[in-house]
Design a protein around this ligand. Sequence first.
Ligand code: SAM
Ligand code: SF4
Ligand code: SF4
Length: 360
Amino acid sequence: MNDSALRRIGEDDTPRITIELTNRCNLHCDYCVRDDDALHRSPAHFFPLDLLRRIVTEAREVCGVNYVSFTGGEPALHPQFGEILAMVEAEGLQCGFVTNGWFFDRAQSAVLRHRAAVRVVAFSLDGATAESHDRWRGEGSFARVMRALAQCHFHGVPFIVKAGIRRDTSPQLEQIALLAARMGASALHFSHLMPTSQTVETELALTFAERQRAEQEIAILGRILKMPVGVAVGYYNVDPAPPCSALSGASCNVDYRGRLTLCCNLAGYRGAANEPDVIADLTREDFASAYARLRDLAGEQVARRRAALSAQTQDEGKVDLYAGSPCLFCLQSFGKLPWRAAIARSASPAPQTVSSATGE
Ligand SMILES: C[S@@+](CC[C@H](N)C(=O)[O-])C[C@H]1O[C@@H](n2cnc3c(N)ncnc32)[C@H](O)[C@@H]1O
Ligand code: SF4
Ligand code: SF4
């Protein structure tokens, strides 16, 4: 199977901005990328509506942003969620948000009131059964998210399902896809685990060969199901071209503190040693000047990745997973995985390598 059959999903060239509406979350998924203190112990920040309006209007002027993607923490926790959707609608923009679904009963009325502005709701799913999903997201989560999917389907609100590819979910990929299709999802976005500690990597991450098998299965599911099914950027890809909208300059992220950052995957990363992906404090600086520096950072990162791919290809003809996966490469090179540096210093295990992106 070659990977052209695998659909890269969740990415297009539409200029977009991701905004973290809050640092806080009601759930405790142990694998979560976000810093645990920010999620559960720090004071709650809720993105101020005025700042949000200023940023999206400036982003529209500067780089043609017409789509806002809300994330968190749990975005539906924002006490002004309805006003935020109203603002998006009033500005003639469109938005979507990714949610654990727990508070959808509350968010639903705002979504229905401003449905012209809501292009899609993304629900996170950690398994095809209550047992597997609730293992991470707590008792009652699966029932709540299923009810939210059913409500969206009933009201004709377009929704997608997002599911992680991990050791526990990999035997359930087909079940997850069938469930999403039965519930009326308009697409299914899988994404590989981003490791946040050595324990998470050891216990939850797939080996290189297992990742390839999962990707092959997802490619097959994408061919046999009517809804688009694919893998978000992060899968093995040795093409040196910008692999994602953030690195091609089509998207950026604003964290819950109002700081412009490269992408929502890296922001507030649990256990990170550095934050070179944070460009500016937009509470003090206008978007235009900050965005120019973001483009520079993206360009530098594309060049760094190209050099790493080229060096590995020349040395051994093979590219290891941490260079071949664009997101793992970013995590490593931006200092988000200090625990891995320690592993590299100790007796290094043989790298997982393959001879091409196709897995042939
Ligand atoms: C950080 S959450 C924020 C939105 C909301 N709380 C939710 O869970 O949908 C956004 C997405 O990141 C995913 N995610 C969290 N930690 C991850 C990790 N370590 N690797 C890959 N995806 C992860 C979640 O499953 C969710 O789909
Ligand atoms: S993945 Fe989402 S629901 Fe789970 S802890 Fe992280 S922010 Fe909360
Ligand atoms: S982590 Fe890097 S490769 Fe992955 S989406 Fe973000 S900027 Fe792109």
